[in-house]
Design a protein around this ligand. Structure first.
Ligand SMILES: C[S@@+](CC[C@H](N)C(=O)[O-])C[C@H]1O[C@@H](n2cnc3c(N)ncnc32)[C@H](O)[C@@H]1O
Length: 140
């Protein structure tokens, strides 16, 4: 890297800021809200249900979860790490897998290497038998 470019941040505050930038960008990508708006939960119920189906089911979002739910997942994982609660993470019923990918990314962003993320789904749409897939090994 040329010396004239800013050098990588190394202190804890900068690491937290970079982690936040990365995870927030990933949330926008997974929820297809980089260029599209989220369906408005304060809209009338009919429009919200219709827009939700359009955005999360017919659209390109990789999770049915809105941004606020991905924030919640991140906060839950951070809490588990802070308290030292042992164990792996799992999403049961993954749809397109966006929330599972996000959990892998949170572990990576926090430097966690001793936990896995598991995806449980029939992988056949509705119905079929549940199957498990370990994901972190294939997440870059
Ligand atoms: C509403 S979607 C889950 C949404 C996902 N959690 C998200 O955040 O985008 C329900 C999921 O459950 C799965 N599913 C349905 N029946 C199942 C079964 N019998 N065993 C395992 N998975 C099943 C479907 O394949 C689908 O991916």
């Amino acid at each position: 890297m040329p010396e004239s470019l800013p050098q990588p941040a190394t202190n804890a505050a900068s690491s937290a800021a970079l982690r936040s930038l990365y995870l927030n960008l990933l949330k926008r990508f997974l929820t297809n809200t980089l260029f599209d708006l989220e369906p408005d939960i304060d809209d009338d119920e009919f429009r919200f249900v219709r827009d939700r189906a359009e955005h999360y089911v017919k659209g390109a979002a990789l999770s049915m979860l809105p941004l606020a739910r991905l924030d919640n997942i991140e906060n839950c994982i951070a809490d588990v790490l802070e308290r030292g609660v042992p164990g792996d993470l799992i999403e049961t019923g993954i749809w397109r897998g966006g929330a599972t990918v996000f959990m892998c990314a949170v572990l990576k962003a926090y430097g966690v290497t001793d936990r896995s993320v598991w995806a449980a789904d029939s992988f056949e749409g509705l119905g079929g038998w549940p199957r498990l897939l370990g994901l972190c090994d294939i997440f870059p």
